[in-house]
Design a binder for this molecule. Structure first.
Ligand SMILES: Nc1ncnc2c1ncn2[C@@H]1O[C@H](COP(=O)(O)OP(=O)(O)OP(=O)(O)O)[C@@H](O)[C@H]1O
Ligand SMILES: [Mg+2]
Length: 394
């Protein structure tokens, strides 16, 4: 089983790259499913297929070619299958507050429901061994971060709050019915949540198993986009998901001589170099800017060919953990893998959102969460291939 996430800022090319990778995987003979985690799904569009297929399949996998399926979630379908009692209670609650019934139903689709639904699918498909490869086309960065944090949040909620709420509701229900207008959740609501939680069990293990799951960050050689990619790099790493490559999309082709693009080309080259400082030791895979939009199977396949020349798209392109951040007894400790460094003359520079490590001519930028960057004392020590940096006094 192999799962690959494609994440990145809005519009960088995630869906195209996910589709291109899915095609390569399917053509190498592996049963492949491409799923979209984006609310504004467009897998069907990018494959240039009719949207009627969505109505016919209602959130189920659609076969595109031999070995290749695509799936876009249908939230109404998911609500019916997974969220019945939970959605009913939330709509009832919102309706009680004076909202129109239809609006209440719409709003009761909580942020996170789509994500949890997708996690349920991943869990099920992995158990059923229905596909050999699952490719996930993520929503723009912010939302995909919510996706990966959801299992931890749910775990916390179920262990800390849920039982208390359930007991409380049971005790208060007979009394509260007479005093308040607000409906309390019934047993079915709690049962539905419990069942849902049960079906999510194990999915976090799948996502953080580097043998199975890796993340590829799609980016462009531009300042703002790279900044966001760095943030994503930090967050996925903090969640212990293995990032195995950076995909640099939309590089202006070598042969382009038009004066109009000369500044673009210069900037792109500079940011391409910067990306190496930001993401080393991860490999950076380039894709040129195509002549036009990338639509349909053949163009996507062409993109896949260019992206993975000489590589198996399902390999893990990097297997180490580029960095690890822990908090031990109130002290943050950052461990960086630096296999090629021997000199111990280390210069550290902490900025509000990143740490710059300079060793001889080698330079590396590490994104930092703000509380860590706010530390007053920062010390580094090279031990074997690992650089240990401690942050004290936040
Ligand atoms: N290398 C490229 N050359 C030319 N066009 C490209 C390239 N990569 C992507 N595009 C085009 O850019 C547009 C956006 O690409 P895509 O939908 O894959 O991005 P996305 O990251 O999934 O966007 P969103 O965040 O909106 O989901 C599409 O029209 C696509 O055809
Ligand atoms: Mg997309």
């Amino acid at each position: 089983m192999r799962i690959i996430f494609f994440a990145g800022k809005g519009g960088v090319g995630k869906t195209s790259v996910a589709a291109a990778t899915g095609i390569k995987a399917a053509e190498s003979g592996r049963k492949t499913l491409i799923m979209s985690l984006d609310i504004a799904h467009n897998l069907v569009d990018i494959f240039d297929l009719g949207r009627h297929l969505l109505d016919q399949n209602r959130g189920k996998p659609i076969k595109v070619r031999d070995n290749l399926w695509i799936q876009e979630l249908d939230i109404q379908e998911e609500i019916q299958n997974n969220w019945g009692a939970i959605h009913q209670y939330l709509s009832l609650l919102l309706n009680t507050t004076g909202l129109d019934e239809i609006l209440a139903e719409e709003l009761a689709i909580l942020p996170g429901m789509e994500e949890v639904s997708l996690l349920l699918y991943i869990n099920r498909y992995v158990q059923q061994k229905k596909f050999e490869v699952i490719i996930l086309d993520c929503a723009p960065t912010g939302e995909s971060l919510r996706f990966i944090s959801i299992t931890t949040t749910l775990e916390w909620y179920m262990s800390k709050i849920f039982k208390m709420e359930k007991t409380l509701a049971r005790l208060v229900r007979p009394l509260a019915k007479r005093i308040y207008d607000v409906p309390l959740p019934g047993e079915d609501y709690f049962e539905a949540l419990e069942k849902l939680f049960e079906r999510l069990q194990g999915v976090d293990r799948i996502l953080t198993d580097p043998q199975c799951t890796t993340v590829r960050l799609v980016t462009n050689p531009e300042k703002i986009v790279l900044k966001e990619t760095q943030r994503a790099y930090m967050y996925f790493s903090l969640y212990r998901m293995l990032i195995d490559g950076i995909i640099m999309n939309r590089i202006l082709p070598e042969g382009l001589k038009d004066e109009y693009f000369s500044d673009w080309k210069k900037n792109q080259e500079a940011y391409r170099k910067k990306a190496e400082e930001y993401f080393s030791p991860l490999p950076i895979l380039d894709i040129p800017l195509f002549r036009g939009e990338i639509l349909g199977y053949n163009q996507l396949k062409k993109m896949g060919d260019q992206l993975y020349t000489g590589r198996d798209p399902l390999d893990r392109f990097y297997t180490g953990e580029p960095f690890r951040l822990d908090k031990v007894n109130g002290v943050y400790r950052l461990q960086l893998k630096m296999p090629f460094i021997t000199r111990e003359d280390i210069d550290l520079n902490v900025l509000p959102e990143e740490l710059i490590v300079r060793i001889g001519t080698y330079r590396r930028h590490i994104p930092l969460p703000r509380p860590v960057a706010a530390s007053k004392s920062v010390k580094a020590k090279l031990e074997g291939e690992t650089l240990n940096i401690t942050f004290k006094g936040a």
